[in-house]
Design a protein around this ligand. Structure first.
Ligand code: ADE
Length: 298
C-alpha cells in the first residue's frame, strides 16, 4: 500500500519509523511519504491559513497549497471521474458526507512524482475531521483494501471545503472522524487510522490469527486475557483456561465477550443481536440482560 500524508507538522509522524509499521516500511510492505504542506506555498511567510468568510473565530486553511499538493501527489486522471465514495460507508453505516456522488473511476493518473500508473485504482483522499463519518473497524477493513491513500491533515478550523469538492471530481474522498471530540488537528487521527489499517495488511502482523478474535472483529468486545503466573497477588487465572479443553475455553471466551459487550457497549450488542444463538441469549439472560431479537418474519 502506498500512503501520502500532507501536514504542516511532519514531525508528528516520527512514530511511523517505529515498531511494526516501521518494520513493514523497511520490508517494503508499506510505502509512506510525509509531505510538508508549506512546500506548496509561494509567499515569504509560507502562509497556509486565512480568516473565514462569513466571520467567526479561528482560521481556515487556504485552498491553493492544498490544490497544488494534491495535483502533485495524485495526478489528474486521463478520464475525469471521482466523487465522494458511496462504497466506504458500507452496509449499516451512514453514507459519507461529501460533495460529489459519482462512481470512482478505475483510471489512474498521468504519472508524475512516482504516483499512480494508468489503469491502477485511483487514490482515495482521507480527511480527518470531527465533522466526518465515524471511523470503525469495518472502515479500517475497507481502507486496508485500497492501493493508495492520501491523508490531508487539517488544522485550525479545517480546510476550505472547495479543496474537498474539487478533489471529489477526480478521486474518492472520505471525511472521517475518530469520535465525538475535537483534536487540535488531523495528525493524531491519521496515526490512529494508519495503525488500525496497516495492521490488517498481509505480512504486517506477525501472527495473523490474532486478528480473528480481537475486539470488534465479530461485533463483540474481546474476552479478557491471562498469562503466567497462574496465581498473582492472590488472584487466580480462571480454571477453564488451564483445563486444556478447547471447546470449553472457546465457549468461556464467547460468554465473557457477550457479558463484557452487554455491560460496556450495549450499542454494539444491539447491532450483533441477529448473530446470537439460543445459548448466547441464555448466558445474557442469566446475567440479567434481556435481549429482544428482531422478528425475522417481518
Ligand atoms: N480533527 C479534529 N478532531 C478530530 C476528530 N475527532 N476526528 C478526526 N479528526 C479530527
Amino acid at each position: 500500500m502506498r500512503v501520502d500524508i500532507i501536514t504542516i507538522f511532519p514531525e508528528y509522524f516520527g512514530p511511523l519509523d517505529l515498531s511494526l509499521i516501521g518494520r513493514a516500511r523497511a520490508a517494503g510492505l508499506l510505502d509512506i511519504a510525509v509531505h510538508d504542506l508549506r512546500t506548496w506555498t509561494h509567499d515569504v511567510h509560507r502562509t497556509v491559513d486565512d480568516t473565514p468568510y462569513g466571520g467567526g473565530p479561528g482560521m481556515v486553511m487556504r485552498p491553493e497549497p492544498w490544490g497544488e499538493a494534491l495535483d502533485a501527489l495524485v495526478p489528474a486522471p486521463a478520464v475525469a471521474a471521482g466523487g465522494s465514495d458511496p462504497d466506504l460507508a458500507g452496509a449499516g453505516e451512514a453514507a459519507s458526507a461529501g460533495a460529489g456522488n459519482a462512481e470512482p473511476a478505475g483510471a489512474g493518473g498521468a504519472e508524475p512524482a512516482g504516483a499512480d500508473g494508468a489503469g491502477a485504482a485511483p487514490a482515495r483522499l482521507v480527511v480527518p475531521t470531527p465533522a466526518g463519518e465515524r471511523f470503525t473497524q469495518a472502515m479500517a477493513n475497507r481502507l486496508a483494501g485500497e492501493r493508495h491513500l492520501v491523508f490531508a491533515c487539517g488544522r485550525y478550523e479545517g480546510i476550505d471545503q472547495r479543496v474537498l469538492d474539487h478533489a471529489a471530481t477526480r478521486m474518492p474522498v472520505s471525511e472521517v472522524s475518530l469520535g465525538d471530540y475535537v483534536l487540535f488537528g488531523g495528525e493524531v487521527a491519521v496515526l490512529v487510522m494508519l495503525e488500525a489499517i496497516t495492521r490488517l495488511l498481509p505480512g504486517v502482523l506477525g501472527n495473523a490469527e490474532s486478528l480473528a478474535d480481537e475486539s470488534h472483529a465479530h461485533g463483540l468486545l474481546e474476552a479478557p486475557g491471562y498469562t503466567k503466573p497462574a496465581r498473582w497477588r492472590g488472584l487466580d487465572v480462571p480454571d477453564v483456561l488451564r483445563s486444556g479443553d478447547h471447546a470449553r475455553i472457546a465457549r468461556w471466551r464467547r460468554d465473557q465477550a457477550l457479558l463484557r459487550t452487554a455491560r460496556r457497549r450495549p450499542d454494539l450488542l444491539a447491532r450483533a443481536v441477529a448473530e446470537l444463538d439460543d445459548r448466547d441469549l441464555a448466558v445474557l439472560a442469566g446475567a440479567g440482560f434481556r435481549i429482544e431479537q428482531p422478528d425475522m418474519a417481518k
